[in-house]
Design a protein around this ligand. Structure first.
Ligand SMILES: Nc1nc2c(c(=O)[nH]1)N[C@H]1C(S)=C(S)[C@@H](COP(=O)(O)OP(=O)(O)OC[C@H]3O[C@@H](n4cnc5c(=O)[nH]c(N)nc54)[C@H](O)[C@@H]3O)O[C@H]1N2
Ligand SMILES: Nc1nc2c(c(=O)[nH]1)N[C@H]1C(S)=C(S)[C@@H](COP(=O)(O)OP(=O)(O)OC[C@H]3O[C@@H](n4cnc5c(=O)[nH]c(N)nc54)[C@H](O)[C@@H]3O)O[C@H]1N2
Ligand code: SF4
Ligand SMILES: [Mo]
Length: 694
């Protein structure tokens, strides 16, 4: 692959970030990587990427990368391993899977994955092995379910106005996403609107993030109270004549009922719930009501609460009450998932799915690994796992029980990884994985509208192998037969494109990316929303957002019928006077980058932001070691006095490796694994805690 002159390679960011940037990669004459840049002619990326990916060379050529298969030699979690060959490693995994199947049935094997890479081939190929072998299925819940469900409940389709239209807006409402940190490109377009049109930027968050700091109007609310704010905005819209009744008459299901319902949800009511002042709520409602080109950019953060799907639906409803959808530079947007219509049959082996096979709910992992019969769905215990693309020991809720599960001596775990993560350390076998610049894959943008190709640009170190190769080698040993195991990643990409109506790989490679943005009418729901009657649903049927077959989770039948504040969050109480929020750190991406030197140096150490009033009362100063705890456990961090938060709220940014915390206990120890209604999810920003000086 190496050519002897420096050059620029075309690629795509593989990480689980809504921006999915198009990348230009400096490749040096010796075949190593230099800086990464945003591709200028991708109009969403517009030449801008985040700093952590710009310095990806640090991660690719990190001295701690895994380069050999490793077999555990000491007790679980001891960190004692010895090098073995790939042949021995793969034989051992196949042996463990065969043994578990013989003793407990195929459902005792659980191939487990998530979004370490968002590449369609390398991420999802594990499902082909699963379906062929009738191993336990995985119902993914850790990230998007509350947000997507809340959005779909109203609009009926996971898409919306072109995100580049943010630049054509007069008011950009960045709600529940810390865009500067988690998807920097939103800011590119919002700032452009401010510079060229004098647009106002509003940010709704639970602390003063960098995004709030850059906004013209920052609303710092109590966690989990967004729907109260949304209802008050709709109350003002009906009260003061901003509501677009003609639009609603044509395009909404129950405008009169909604109007009657929000009559009692006035700014004073919402102020008491959100902790905002009546003036702040009135000002926000007036701004969006009086600005026809208002664009709501709705993020994930405010849906990571037990009422998260209902909050997303309530916020989306504002755009319908104001009739914003059909104007350029206006409406609401969350994700573009629906525009790609990918046919994943070959990659995932969807032709082999047996719906009778047990489905494990991803964020029930703590429960099903520790033998909870309900979480095991009446099936056998989990006895053998292959893990790719996820670091559950650190990222999953209910970490105490997660650790108990991974410590089971009777559980075989193989982890395919780039680094010795918290999960890899608990494994029986650790396999070295390639990084995105070392294998071929195809990506699609959630927060934008491109399909992108990311070819293999450089050689992998040592014996690192791509996910697709590992899956195909296991398939061969296990006797799994499917044409997808005999294809190269490039053949998979070509098949996917051809069978999804997007041309061929040769065409994509030539272009680097495809702009898949639907036309204006489709994107803006000009001819109606995604439901059969074309109407936005103020009154969703929460039990059938995905039709009738889908598994429902959490207290879904108690959800509010109309947009409302649903008081099921983990409220503070006398024993736990604080609410804990655990949002992303700027220099990490989930747990990726927790090993790179510059990211570590910039983030410093696990830190808890504490309001000065609370700190004063508890005798806590910046730099003190503090403990936060609840019924699930206790975690230690370093205090930072911070006044950009409501007094009863504490903020811990980033999912650090467990060892980075004094005492070796990670932040997700404090997060509950009870499911967000109606289709599951983890309430990462919704925990009550006590706080004291350690
Ligand atoms: N740098 C960086 N970027 C990332 C990630 C990362 O870890 N680091 N993670 C990636 C992933 S997997 C995802 S899914 C996306 C998620 O990106 P976002 O959509 O931005 O969602 P979150 O990061 O969960 O939270 C965003 C913001 O929501 C706020 N928030 C929390 N609770 C509430 C609430 O109740 N109401 C309101 N209004 N705000 C609240 C948080 O304080 C945080 O500032 O980001 C991706 N990008
Ligand atoms: N407290 C708290 N917890 C959270 C969140 C939060 O906001 N707060 N956010 C949640 C969210 S939104 C998400 S999406 C999850 C994310 O959870 P994960 O998907 O588990 O997180 P990542 O750290 O992004 O990726 C996991 C691993 O994939 C590996 N990886 C990357 N590329 C490849 C590859 O090509 N092959 C292989 N084999 N491995 C690869 C990386 O090295 C990394 O260790 O975490 C959740 N957990
Ligand atoms: S992490 Fe997000 S902002 Fe950074 S390069 Fe990747 S897609 Fe772009
Ligand atoms: Mo996520």
């Amino acid at each position: 692959m190496n050519v002897a002159v420096p050059r620029i390679g075309k690629s795509a960011c593989p990480h689980d970030c809504p921006s999915t940037c198009a990348l230009d990669v400096e490749i040096k004459a010796d075949g190593s990587i230099g800086r990464l840049h945003g591709t200028a002619d991708n109009r969403y990326t517009a030449g801008v990427i985040c700093a952590k990916v710009a310095r990806y060379a640090e991660r690719v050529s990190h001295k701690d990368r895994l380069t050999k298969p490793l077999l555990r030699t000491g007790p679980k979690g001891s960190g004692q391993f010895r090098e073995i060959s790939w042949t021995e490693a793969l034989d051992r995994i196949a042996g463990a899977f065969t043994e578990a199947t013989a003793a407990y049935g195929s459902e005792s094997v659980y191939p487990c994955f998530y979004a370490g890479t968002m590449g369609q081939v390398q991420r999802d190929g594990i499902n082909r092995l699963r379906h062929e072998m009738k191993y336990s299925r995985e119902f993914g819940t850790i990230c998007v379910n509350p947000a997507w469900t809340g959005w779909l409940a109203g609009t009926g389709k996971l898409s919306g106005p072109d995100p580049r239209e943010i630049a054509l807006s007069d008011c950009v409402v960045i709600w529940g996403t810390n865009a500067v940190v988690t998807q920097v490109n939103v800011m590119t377009h919002a700032i452009k609107a401010r510079k060229t049109r004098g647009a106002k930027i509003v940010a709704v968050d639970v602390y003063q993030t960098e995004t709030v700091r850059q906004a013209d109007l920052g609303l710092v609310i109590r966690p989990g109270t967004d729907a109260a704010l949304a209802c008050a905005v709709m109350h003002v819209a009906f009260r003061d004549g901003y509501a677009d009744r003609a639009f609603m008459a044509r395009f909404a299901d129950a405008p009169e009922e909604l109007e009657a319902h929000v009559k009692s949800r006035d700014p004073a009511w919402a102020a008491a719930i959100t902790g905002l002042s009546v003036d702040q709520i009135e000002a926000f409602a007036r701004l969006v009501g009086a600005t026809p080109r208002t664009y709501f950019r709705l993020g994930y953060g405010f849906t990571r609460s037990r009422n998260g799907a209902a909050s997303m639906h309530a916020a989306t409803s504002i755009a319908t009450v104001l009739g914003l959808w059909q104007r350029e530079g206006a409406g609401a947007f969350h994700n573009n998932g629906a525009i790609y219509h990918f046919n994943k049959t070959m990659i995932e082996g969807l032709d082999m799915v047996d719906p009778g096979t047990r489905e494990l709910v991803q964020t029930d992992m703590a429960a099903f690994l520790t033998g909870d019969p309900a979480a095991l769905a009446g099936g056998p215990p989990v006895k053998a796992m292959l893990i790719q693309n996820t670091n559950p020991v650190a990222v999953q809720p209910d970490q105490t029980r997660i650790r108990q599960g991974f410590a089971r001596e009777d559980l075989f775990v193989a982890v395919h990884e780039q680094f010795m993560t918290d999960t890899a350390r608990m494994a029986d076998l650790v396999l070295p994985a390639t990084m995105f610049l070392e294998h071929d894959d195809i990506y699609k943008g959630g927060g934008q509208q491109s399909i992108l190709f990311g070819p293999k640009l450089v050689e992998a170190p040592g014996e690192a192998r791509e996910n697709h190769w590992v899956i195909s080698e296991l398939a061969r040993r296990l006797g799994a037969r499917h044409p997808g195991f005999d294809m190269t990643p490039r053949e998979h990409i070509d098949w996917l494109l051809r069978n999804s109506g997007w041309g061929t790989l040769a065409e994509l490679e030539e272009k680097h990316f495809l702009d898949c943005q639907p036309d204006f009418d489709e994107a803006h729901f000009v001819n109606g929303f995604g439901w059969p009657d074309g109407k936005f649903r103020f009154k969703p049927d929460w039990g059938s957002v995905y039709g009738d077959g889908q598994k429902r989770l959490g207290p879904w039948d108690a959800m509010p019928r109309l947009p409302d504040f649903w008081p099921v969050i983990e409220e503070a109480d006398e024993a736990h006077p604080f609410r804990l929020v655990t949002p992303p750190a700027r220099n990490f991406l989930n747990t990726t980058f927790v090993e790179t030197p510059t990211s570590l140096q910039k983030e410093s150490r696990p830190t808890l932001k504490v309001h000065p009033d609370a700190a004063g009362r508890l005798g806590i100063a910046t730099g003190d070691l503090v403990e936060i705890g609840n019924m699930r456990g206790t975690v230690r961090l370093t205090a930072q006095i911070f006044d950009g938060v409501q007094p009863g709220v504490v903020i811990a940014e980033g999912i650090w490796s467990l060892a980075a915390h004094e005492g070796g206990v990670g932040i997700n120890t404090l997060v509950g694994a009870d499911q967000v209604a109606p289709y599951g999810g983890a309430a990462f920003h919704d925990s009550k805690v006590w706080l004291r000086k350690a």
